[in-house]
Design a protein around this ligand. Sequence first.
Ligand SMILES: *Cc1c(COP(=O)(O)O)cnc(C)c1O
Length: 377
Amino acid sequence: MRFETKAIHAGRQVDPVTGAVTTPLHLSTTYERAADGSYTDGFMYSRGDNPNRRSLEECLTALEEGHDCVAFSSGMAAISSVIEALPADMPQRIILPDDMYFGVLTLLNETDIGRRFEIVTANMSDPDELKAVVSEKAPGLFWIETPSNPQIKIIDIAAVAEIAKKAGAVTVVDNTTATPVLQNPLQLGADFSLHSVTKYIGGHSDLLLGAVVAKKDSRMLQNVRTWQHAKGAVPSSFDCWLALRGVQTLSARMSVHCQSARTIADFLNAHEKVETVFYPGLTGHPGHDIAASQMSDFGGLLSFKVKGNAEDALKIANTVKIFTQATSLGGTHSYIEHRASVEKELTKAPDTLLRLSIGLENADDLIEDLEQALAEI
Ligand SMILES: *Cc1c(COP(=O)(O)O)cnc(C)c1O
């Protein structure tokens, strides 16, 4: 089956009890035990497993062409579980890119997880720098985020996965911004592909969920699975149900997100008050060729630097009318955000940078909105 068909059918069937075409929502936390000690369908207690979560995990496994998927109550719960699942006999050294989701930076800078591991930041677009990092001391894990959030940097997944494999390290890709429609990290050599399902897969800014898909069985995967029910950061049945509804339209939505983002990137690129546009679909973007080879389209997220200063950037965010000034991405509504003032001291985002998550509104309306806001600076 092709992607769109799997997105609608994988992990689901017509309900054998009622004939319902859409998956019923199962809210029961506990399941009846039979006289012989067994459980019909294997469900015992909903923290351990439940029908809606299992459907979602099976669907995401199929979409990422992986071996198994483990769902969590948020993207960050998935991220912290994967990092902590690194087997103790592997080098406790993690190589991270120089631009990535701010929550990961916070987790590593402000919690014990960060202090338990040796954290190394590298420019992952530079293979020579990566080789130097590897020869200095053996790594246990390479963390990739591409396109990165918020600076939209591109990392060559196959190249980094190969360096990692040679060094005996595991590769994890945060595939949130690309989505499984546009990019398949497991086919490019990564061991785990991870999502904030909250974003494009959910797609409507109304659920919080994370998921990790593994390419094959491993001790690390077993750890992640045990973490899920033992630590208990599990998603609710309702959030799984919403994610299963959202994923059915993922491919259709991504086409519009990508097409509108490209149109808006072109508009901004030609605008006199814009200094730089960061969108991998632009031929001038330093990661354009790699993005073109490892992605089927360039995504719905872009950033740009305003000519001027931080106040000018904030003024635009405060002047737009259709864009909502809000954090997050991947929803039907378009969002604009000044990351530097949100991230504060730890930020690596330039203070004239604005991030746009292009929603499903008409692109001409979005362009007119940006145009009137840019006229105010
Ligand atoms: C939002 C996001 C996360 C965190 O996900 P939550 O569901 O908010 O916990 C991780 N990575 C990326 C790239 C994100 O955009």
